[in-house]
Design a protein around this ligand. Structure first.
Ligand code: COA
Length: 147
C-alpha cells in the first residue's frame, strides 16, 4: 500500500510576506510532500495589499519550489485544511509574545477539529524581530525595509 502524502498548510495574512515567512517555507518544504501557503483574506485586519497582490508576491518568491502551492481562503482555517485533504498546520514562532497567541489559536483549532495537528517551527534568529507591520512602517517613512 502506498504511504499517504504528507500535506501541510502554512496559513497567514502575509500582508506582505516577509523573509521570516520565506525562511519558514524554505525549511518547512523539506518536511512535507506538499506545502500549501494559504493566504487568509483577513478582512478584519484591513490588509494593505489585496489578496490577489499578496498571492502574486508569494508566488514570485516561492516559484523555485516544486512542492509549494499558493492559494487564498476566506473560511475557517480548519474547514480549509480538511477540504485540502491535509492534517497539519504549520506556524512560525519568533518571540515569547507569539507563543500566547499561537497556543490559544492552536487549542481553539484543535477543538474545531482534533484530527488536525498544528506544528511550530522556530524562526531563524535573523528574523526574530521581523514583522509585516514593521516592514510596512519602515517603507512608509522611506527607510530600508529589506531586513
Ligand atoms: N518571521 C517573521 N515574521 C513573522 C513570522 C516569521 N517566521 N511569522 C509570523 N510573522 C509575523 C507577520 O509578519 C505578522 O506581522 P504583523 O502582525 O506585524 O502583521 C504576524 O507575525 C502574523 O502574521 P501572519 O503570520 O501572516 O499570520 P496571522 O496571525 O495574520 O494569521 C490566521 C492568522 C490567518 C492563521 C488566522 O487568523 C486564521 O486562521 N484565520 C481564518 C479564520 C479562522 O479559522 N479563525 C479561527 C482561528 S482561532
Amino acid at each position: 500500500m502506498a504511504a499517504s502524502r504528507r500535506i501541510c498548510v502554512y496559513p497567514g495574512t502575509f500582508d506582505p510576506i516577509t523573509r521570516g515567512h520565506l525562511d519558514i517555507i524554505d525549511r518547512g518544504v523539506k518536511l512535507f510532500d506538499l506545502l500549501v501557503v494559504a493566504v487568509a483574506e483577513s478582512p478584519g485586519k484591513a490588509p494593505l495589499f489585496s489578496a490577489q497582490e499578496r498571492l502574486a508576491m508569494i508566488r514570485e518568491e516561492v516559484g523555485r519550489h516544486r512542492n509549494v502551492k499558493v492559494e487564498s481562503f476566506d473560511s475557517l482555517l480548519m474547514d480549509y485544511v480538511r477540504n485540502k485533504g491535509a492534517n497539519i498546520v504549520l506556524r512560525g514562532l519568533r518571540v515569547m509574545s507569539d507563543f500566547e497567541y499561537e497556543f490559544q489559536m492552536a487549542l481553539i483549532n484543535r477543538k474545531l477539529d482534533p484530527s488536525i495537528e498544528t506544528v511550530f517551527m522556530m524562526t531563524s534568529d535573523n528574523y526574530a524581530p521581523v514583522s509585516s507591520r514593521f516592514i510596512k512602517e519602515i517603507a512608509r517613512y522611506g527607510g530600508d525595509e529589506r531586513l
